[in-house]
Write a protein that binds this ligand. Structure first.
Ligand SMILES: Nc1nc2c(c(=O)[nH]1)N[C@H]1C(S)=C(S)[C@@H](COP(=O)(O)OP(=O)(O)OC[C@H]3O[C@@H](n4cnc5c(=O)[nH]c(N)nc54)[C@H](O)[C@@H]3O)O[C@H]1N2
Ligand SMILES: Nc1nc2c(c(=O)[nH]1)N[C@H]1C(S)=C(S)[C@@H](COP(=O)(O)OP(=O)(O)OC[C@H]3O[C@@H](n4cnc5c(=O)[nH]c(N)nc54)[C@H](O)[C@@H]3O)O[C@H]1N2
Ligand SMILES: [Mo]
Length: 639
């Protein structure tokens, strides 16, 4: 049987899928205007994950260093008992939910723990620095519909990875190029040079200086339009800020030549609409928010915002079409819930007062994906009762007292939005979950009713109706077609009317330099996405051996490194054995490490990544980590 379903993974593309239940294969839905019959490898291979031998399919309770299978009744009674005991002190309950799965029913976890008044996470380990930057500029998070790229004369791509993470932007861009649109890529590697009309190699984390350099060229050219300036609210101050820098210093700060900056100016200045694409990589730096704000400001000053074929594309919230739910409980939900800073969870857990007595981790692998992951793991283990809802014995599950096995995507119904297109997709259940794996809706409905003061979930159909109420999408159409377009306009901020109270665009207030790297840690560790896997959702068998990092043959690290000896990546936080391969496409100071591997296999970079927070959005500045590579025959004690 073939079932129309959809991907619920945390990915900007939000694909509509065809699930072949006999062959247990997934393909892209050709009827979906954005998916266009194509899905990425991580989704087409998803049944390998669903059918994996190592999948946990029954609740497991810790017994010393191992786990015993138990039934759901026992498992949920235990949880209810622990929650009941903490109901008057809900700040001692921790809810660490993530975006391992998204959608209307996935959001019930959040509503459930809000009704309890538990401690929750704040900030982000993903894209919030960039979101906050766009909101500060525009008053909201919006962009043109990706289809509008077909109307662009030129596209400037600031580090958006169109091979693995924004694959369908890539499909639309390729189609536009066939019709004559030109593409310029700005990246920290020149891998995409062959697929672009022009390419600029940039020093990691410094795009704001290149954007400022082009703005400086606009100022010098006298070509700025008064009609555009009048749509902005703090131009004189911003102008002064850009004027206080010389063009040469701005270019030097991003490792780009003045000629390249002039070429980029020409790309923005020539007639015809220019679309600006942003990746999410360039906001994972200490000044990630500023990077995004300066690029948006350039798009604005070039007169490209609110324009067909133009626009600045960062993202929009995948939930913007879906109203969030609130759950009922007999006890009033406490206000002012305690929060813990997600990217610094290790410290938060260490310093928590009062300490957490019960933690529920769901759709998140914090002991793997958060900086200082070793410290996060220790914190989860310290808690008297940690529940992990996951189907694999990953670094977080290893810290659990109780593991609850969920039904994964294609095994349960879900409704999802996306952050690059305006369709809402219906992720229909296509196959039965194995053994005792259970839908999270059923788990929470069941748990809620077991509490002394119960929490009641709305019925499934109430959840659907409520969540779609402002989308312009009806449940019937969604169910029969598998997707439906919501009512957002093709062009965001039409006529340059923004969502601040004065309807004007706001420029950034400061332009900061990054701290200089020290001689002890001269190399920039970039833990980019792995094209083959979704974050840490990697099979165990594929995580053997020593992880591979890449550096350019121009890297200063090579002068002191013997590649035939053992090599360690060393940061102030610790060290990790790696293998080094040469990749001459990279900016010379970069060490490239594909993220997602597990600590238990020595494959995760996060034990050596320090919790550094971005300038906006309280996001993990993963890419501002500096390290060195060194030969060692063995790790000295104490590291
Ligand atoms: N296959 C696969 N797809 C995924 C994921 C996955 O794990 N695997 N994860 C999903 C999730 S949760 C997210 S948030 C997204 C992440 O998707 P992305 O944000 O696209 O991923 P990154 O690898 O962080 O960064 C994208 C690109 O930015 C470039 N880059 C890095 N630093 C800079 C810089 O300073 N300037 C410029 N101009 N470019 C820079 C890098 O070359 C990199 O290829 O992908 C989603 N899709
Ligand atoms: N070093 C470094 N680390 C990073 C980043 C980086 O750039 N560098 N980037 C980060 C980014 S962009 C992100 S978004 C985070 C992602 O961090 P996480 O959200 O932890 O990412 P995942 O590994 O995708 O998945 C979390 C868990 O969700 C589970 N899961 C999947 N589907 C379901 C489901 O249907 N139900 C339940 N209950 N669980 C499910 C999976 O089994 C998996 O264990 O990591 C961040 N970590
Ligand atoms: Mo992410």
């Amino acid at each position: 049987m073939k079932v129309i379903s959809a991907c619920t993974l945390d990915c900007p593309d939000g694909c509509s899928c065809i699930v072949d239940t006999e062959k247990r294969k997934v393909s892209g839905n050709p009827e979906h205007p954005y998916t266009r019959g194509v899905v990425c490898g991580k989704v087409s291979r998803f049944f390998k994950r669903l059918d994996a031998d190592e999948r946990i399919t029954t609740p497991l309770l810790r017994k010393g260093d191992s786990f015993d299978p138990i039934d759901w009744d026992t498992a949920l009674n235990l949880c209810a008992q622990k929650i009941d005991a903490l109901r008057q002190t809900p700040e001692r309950i921790g809810y660490f939910g993530g975006y391992g799965y998204r959608g209307v029913f996935a959001a019930i976890r959040k509503a459930f723990f809000a009704a309890l008044g538990s401690t929750k996470l704040r900030g982000s380990i993903c894209d919030a620095a960039g979101c906050e930057a766009m909101i500060r500029c525009c008053g909201s998070l919006a962009a043109n519909d990706t289809e509008d790229l077909l109307n662009a004369r030129r596209i400037v791509n600031w580090g958006r990875n169109m091979k693995s993470s924004f694959m369908h932007t890539g499909i639309t861009v390729n189609e536009a190029r066939k019709r004559g649109t030109q593409l310029l890529t700005i990246d920290i590697a020149d891998t995409e040079k062959k697929n672009s009309d022009e390419h600029i190699l940039i020093k990691p984390g410094t795009d704001r200086f290149l954007a400022a350099a082009v703005i400086k060229l606009y100022l010098e050219s006298g070509l700025l339009e008064q009609a555009v300036i009048s749509r902005t609210s703090n131009w004189p101050v911003f102008r002064g800020l850009v004027e206080s820098w010389s063009l040469e210093n701005l270019c030097a700060a991003c490792g780009v030549s003045v000629q390249e900056a002039e070429m980029l100016f020409d790309w923005y200045e020539q007639p015809g609409p220019v679309a600006t694409l942003l990746g999410w990589g360039l906001q994972r730096y200490l000044y990630g928010g500023q990077n995004v704000r300066f690029i948006a400001s350039l798009g604005m000053l070039a007169g490209q915002m609110g324009r067909r074929g133009g626009g600045v594309y960062y993202s929009f919230s995948s939930g913007r079409n879906l109203t969030s739910l609130q759950l009922e409980t007999e006890l009033p939900a406490p206000k002012n819930r305690r929060t813990m800073l997600a990217p610094d969870l290790s410290r938060e857990l260490r310093e928590a007062d009062p300490t957490l007595e019960f933690i529920w981790v769901d759709g998140l692998n914090p002991a793997n994906q958060i900086p200082d992951s070793t410290g996060v793991a220790a914190g989860l283990k310290r808690c008297p009762f940690t529940v992990v809802v996951d189907g694999f014995m990953n670094d977080t599950a290893l810290c659990a007292d109780l593991i609850l096995p969920p039904a994964y995507m294609f095994e349960r119904d879900e409704i999802v939005g996306a952050s690059t297109h305006n369709f809402i997709n219906f992720s229909r259940k296509a196959v039965e979950p194995p053994n005792q794996c259970r839908d999270i809706y059923d788990v929470l409905a069941d748990l809620g009713e077991r509490l002394e003061h119960p929490i009641y979930l709305p019925s499934r159909s109430q959840c659907i109706t409520k969540s779609l109420e402002n989308s312009g999408v009806g449940p019937e159409e969604l169910s029969s077609q598998g997707f439906s377009r919501s009512h957002w306009p093709m062009v965001a901020y039409e006529s340059m009317r923004f969502d601040h109270p004065d309807k004007k665009f706001r420029f950034p207030e400061t332009l900061d330099r990054d701290p200089e790297p020290t001689t002890d840690y001269p190399l920039n560790l970039l833990t980019l996405v792995n094209g083959k896997y979704m974050q840490s959702q990697i099979s165990e068998a594929e995580q053997r051996g020593i992880p591979v990092v890449s550096i350019s043959s121009k890297s200063s690290a090579l002068e002191r490194l013997d590649l035939s000896e053992e090599i360690y990546a060393v940061s102030p936080a610790g060290s990790l054995q790696v293998q080094v391969e040469i990749n001459d496409s990279l900016y010379p100071n970069v060490v490239l490490f594909r993220r997602g591997g597990w600590m238990k296999f020595g494959q995760s970079p996060n034990p050596i990544i320090e919790p550094t927070i971005t300038d906006m959005g309280d996001t993990a500045a993963f890419y501002s980590q500096y390290i060195r590579l060194e030969n060692r025959s063995k790790i000295p004690q104490g590291e």
